[in-house]
Design a protein around this ligand. Structure first.
Ligand code: UDX
Ligand code: UDX
Length: 457
């Protein structure tokens, strides 16, 4: 039996370890965190995050070979392999503020590992980190004078929220980077052996440490770049009467381009894309590559423009003022099937509308609690309403900001009947039936398509 420990029971650590525990009943998996409330939630029926299929997997392994605890030190001492998935937010102070990764939790964790270890261990970077962080970690971990040796492995996560369990069960690939020394290669093999219990061998890629660390940042940068690219073209579509869905289909059917991640939207969010690209930008600057840095920074700037421009278009359509007007925001989560609101375009739109003195009502099936916490500084100005029908009642406009499938199924005739007329729908996700809405009486503003209005000029 191998004792596997994961430090950090967040969106990454929790689901990842639950799936490993499910497929490796011969190993003991402990997941620890400094946050007592979070650990209590992982031990309860009310898990701290919403993720389809997560509960079933946790319940199948919890108490058998999957355990949650706040006793970090004791579990470090017993572990053979330690995954670290503590958060690495963007640094908001000092050098590199606003771009570089804040590695203080990582370093603190590394020091905690040395202090509580009596045997040599494999330490796995699960958190997304700047390229060459493993080198610093090796130096810190191997600075001990007790003859202990730590192999540092990079095993970045590629989980997308909302499909985390599916992504872990059937990954496109698992990436494992390690040193090319005999000890490093043995450590790589130990991690390969864990995943090989359910992942086909050809989907497990092994590389050197630096390629693995950098590939994670680049994978996210490429995904975000596709969204900014399609959103840039959506703006051009709005000026030319081209239709972004048709353009995306035409372009995406080229097998070299591929159809995925070409959905124009109000903007991408989530804890990773912005943070990881800023990290990449910082690294390029650090290594004296300003042209490369500017190239990637533009992906973020385009996304910020997309969110700001969405609100500009709302205000312009609603006779250049939204002051005092009730506006219902459908969705707070940064994407469907998650309760996560980190960097959500919905919150950015909400704040911009508040700046315009609109009366904002937010509805969401799972993310209202997080939205409340994120908007705590303006909480008096926002109404949080779980029922979309009630949110839209008496509103001038609806803005669809998260692609929750339940928003497609609503009875828009009865919603329209309860709204102020003329009524507006701004579909920031292009999920609704625009023709049908227009026939009901709405003035409909999609992304990257001509609006359908009842105004003659
Ligand atoms: C985090 C990072 O954001 C991401 O860059 C990385 O790829 C993986 O880890 P996520 O799991 O989404 O992703 O973060 P979060 O849900 O905030 O979880 C991190 C957990 O670490 C929190 O529960 C926090 O309490 C815990 N933590 C943090 C510790 O246990 N110890 C610490 O010192 C710091
Ligand atoms: C992302 C990566 O996909 C994952 O591999 C990595 O491990 C973590 O970061 P995540 O942020 O959970 O995952 O969600 P993702 O599905 O990538 O969506 C990110 C954002 O892009 C969401 O706001 C989503 O709505 C938006 N998006 C996605 C679009 O606007 N258009 C698209 O075509 C796809």
């Amino acid at each position: 039996m191998t004792n596997i420990l994961c430090i950090g029971a967040g969106y990454v650590g929790g689901p990842t370890m639950a799936v490993i525990a499910k497929h490796c009943p011969q190993h003991r998996i402990d997941v620890v965190d400094i946050d007592e409330k979070k650990i209590a939630a992982w031990q309860s029926d009310n898990l701290p995050i919403y993720e389809p299929g997560l509960k079933e997997v946790v319940l199948s392994a919890r108490g058998r070979n999957l355990f949650f605890s706040t006793d970090i030190n004791e579990h470090i001492s017993q572990a053979d392999i330690i995954f670290v998935s503590v958060n690495t937010p963007t640094k908001n102070f000092g050098r590199g503020a606003g771009k570089a990764a804040d590695l203080q939790f990582w370093e603190k964790t590394a020091r905690q590992i040395i202090e509580n270890s009596t045997t040599s261990k494999i330490v796995v970077e699960k958190s997304t980190l700047p390229v060459r962080t493993a080198e610093a970690m090796e130096r810190i971990l191997n600075s001990n004078n007790r003859g202990l040796f730590f192999d540092v492995i990079s095993n970045p996560e590629f989980l997308a929220e909302g499909t985390a369990i599916e992504d872990m069960e059937n990954p496109d690939r698992v990436l494992i980077g390690g040193r090319e020394t005999p000890s490093g290669q043995r450590a790589v093999q130990a991690i390969v052996d864990i995943y090989a219990k359910w992942v086909p061998q050809e989907c497990i890629i092994t590389t050197n440490l630096w390629s693995s660390e950098l590939s994670k940042l680049v994978a996210n940068a490429f995904l975000a770049q596709r969204i900014s690219s399609i959103n840039a073209i959506a703006n051009l579509c709005e000026k030319t009467e081209a239709d972004i869905s048709e353009v995306a289909h035409a372009v995406g059917t080229d097998s070299r381009v591929g159809p995925d991640f070409l959905r124009a939207s109000v903007g991408f969010g989530g804890s990773c894309f912005k943070k990881d690209i800023l990290n990449l930008v910082y690294l390029c600057d650090h290594f004296g590559l300003p042209e490369v840095s500017v190239y990637w920074e533009q992906v973020i700037k385009m996304n910020e423009y997309q969110m700001a421009n969405f609100v500009s278009k709302m205000v312009a359509a609603m006779f250049n003022t939204v002051a005092g007007k009730r506006i219902a925001l459908f969705g707070a989560a940064f994407k469907a099937n998650t309760s996560d609101t980190r960097e959500s375009a919905a919150l950015s739109v909400c704040r911009s509308l508040l700046d315009e003195h609109a009366q904002v009502v937010i509805t969401d099936p799972y993310a209202l609690e997080n939205a409340r916490a994120d908007l705590i500084d303006v909480i008096e100005q926002v109404i949080f309403e779980p029922d979309p029908y009630a949110a839209a009642q008496g509103a001038h406009a609806i803005a669809v900001l998260t692609e929750w499938p339940q928003y497609v199924e609503l009875d828009y005739q009865s919603i329209y009947d309860e709204m102020i007329h003329p009524s507006f729908i701004f579909d920031g996700r292009n999920i609704l039936n625009h023709k049908k809405l227009h026939n009901i009486g709405f003035n409909v503003y999609p992304i990257g398509k001509p609006p359908k209005t009842h105004f003659t000029r």
